[in-house]
Design a protein around this ligand. Structure first.
Ligand SMILES: Nc1ncnc2c1ncn2[C@@H]1O[C@H](COP(=O)(O)OP(=O)(O)O)[C@@H](O)[C@H]1O
Ligand SMILES: CC(=O)OP(=O)(O)O
Ligand SMILES: [Mg+2]
Length: 405
């Protein structure tokens, strides 16, 4: 069986095709700059006979006016030419979609029906950067793979185990009961995947873990025994850590001041918090590689941004160790968490008192797969675990379909 996973963003689509049940990736890629003058596709093909061999690939630049054009081109790459991996789109049995906001309606992976699509649309206002793109990806995939089963895997689902005192806000009760205003949490697929890897590595299914997902969006989760107990994102994906372009935690009085005396509209506040804040607002750059470059050039704004970024993570490590009542490991993952040794170093600096001792030589080493970068006598482990949201999505699709048979 072939499972195709689609992670559709506002201007990009990440995709991966797996053979099942071997979990063998066959092809993966990234469609970027959809809707801009010139789009691009980076397409990789894996040698299924030699899984450790590096993938072959191609990079295309072409006009991609919309998501449909992007996915159509991907189908062409999968089915035509020398790198083709299937003969026909009909060979794809399941399409698994990352859907960012599932609200309270979806605590688990779900077969997509018209009702499910309507609920995903109702949640647009709560995840304006993500859910509209996810819905679009579903519509396009239904047209391109009409015979496949379409499955939604929600970023929020893993966090549905949070206890009520962690997910409720101290607001009048009716705002929760009537309007479902509560903490939902995001990046659940990634937190779930790396937490399972860490627990297996530690041979401790009940391990108390803090998972730290640092990508464009950033979040942390307190996890025990594979259950999420708390997480830093909230009602939408704006709360908690400092991100590429999102503010993270903010005193609500700032919003009142923007909307009142400073005369911002709600749309302007949304654009400010989602697209113009975070590392971009502080330093002028949203991509951590650019910030590191500026930092190395002695840029004071980049230095402050970097400090604030690490400081917020440290604050939540302290908070979540208290939530968990102890700590077996912290886990760094996603683009920044996996690659940026300086961020890890700043986060773990002078934390020996707390049971976290970083081995700087191990931290600097680059190697694929799970790495332990703590000293041998560190009380809790410091792990770097590459996330694989696409594989986790494919696994959840396969489990759902097996349960239904
Ligand atoms: N080698 C690297 N060093 C530092 N940061 C990196 C490196 N590679 C990627 N990143 C950062 O990772 C972030 C993107 O992470 P990713 O997990 O791909 O995010 P998303 O899935 O949200 O697009 C960017 O800020 C990028 O700069
Ligand atoms: C929910 C979220 O923030 O996702 P991403 O990091 O992909 O933007
Ligand atoms: Mg991501």
């Amino acid at each position: 069986m072939n499972i195709f996973v689609v992670n559709s963003g506002s201007s990009s689509i990440k995709y991966q095709l797996f053979r099942w049940p071997s979990e063998q990736p066959v092809s993966s890629g990234l469609v970027e700059r959809i809707g801009q003058e010139q789009g691009s596709i980076t397409h990789k093909v894996f040698d299924t006979a030699h899984p450790d061999a590096p993938p072959t690939g191609k990079h295309l630049t072409l006009s991609l006016p919309d998501h449909e054009a992007g996915l159509r081109e991907v189908v062409r790459l999968l089915t035509e030419g020398e790198g083709r991996v299937i003969q026909d789109p009909a060979e794809i049995a399941v399409v698994g979609h990352r859907v960012v906001h599932g609200g309270e309606a979806f605590a688990a992976t779900t077969l997509i029906t018209d009702e499910v699509k309507a609920e995903i649309r109702r949640l647009f206002a709560l995840a304006p950067l993500h859910n509209p793109a996810n819905a679009l990806g579903i519509d396009v995939a239904e047209r391109l793979f009409p015979q496949a089963r379409q499955v939604a895997v929600f970023d929020t689902a893993f966090h549905q185990t949070l206890p009520e005192h962690a997910f409720r806000y101290a607001l009048p009760e009716a705002l929760y009961t009537e309007h479902r205003i509560r903490k939902y949490g995001f990046h659940g697929t990634s937190h779930q995947y790396v937490a399972a890897q860490a627990a297996a590595h530690l041979h401790n299914p009940d391990a108390r873990l803090i998972t730290i997902h640092l990508g464009n969006g950033c979040s942390m989760a307190a996890v025990r025994g594979r259950r999420a107990l708390d997480t830093t994102m909230g009602f939408g994906p704006l709360a908690g850590l400092v991100m590429g372009t999102r503010s993270g935690d903010l005193d609500p009085s700032v919003l009142l001041h923007l909307l009142g005396p400073l005369g911002y509209s709600a749309e302007q506040v949304s654009a400010l918090l989602n697209k113009e804040s975070g590392m971009l607002g502080l330093s002028g750059f949203s991509d951590m590689r650019d910030i590191t470059r500026a930092l190395n050039d002695g840029d004071a704004r980049a230095e402050l941004a970097y400090r604030l970024y690490a400081y917020r993570i440290r604050q939540y490590i302290g908070a979540y160790a208290a939530v968990l009542g102890g700590l077996e490991a912290i886990v760094f993952t996603a683009g920044v968490g996996e690659n940026d040794a300086l961020v890890r170093s700043r986060v773990c600096q002078d934390m020996e008192f707390f049971g976290l001792a970083l081995d700087e030589a191990r931290n600097q080493q680059r190697a694929p797969g799970l790495r332990d970068i703590s000293t041998d006598d560190s009380r809790a482990r410091i792990l770097v675990i590459p996330t694989n949201e696409e594989l986790e999505i494919a696994r959840q699709c396969a489990e759902l379909l097996a349960d239904q048979q």
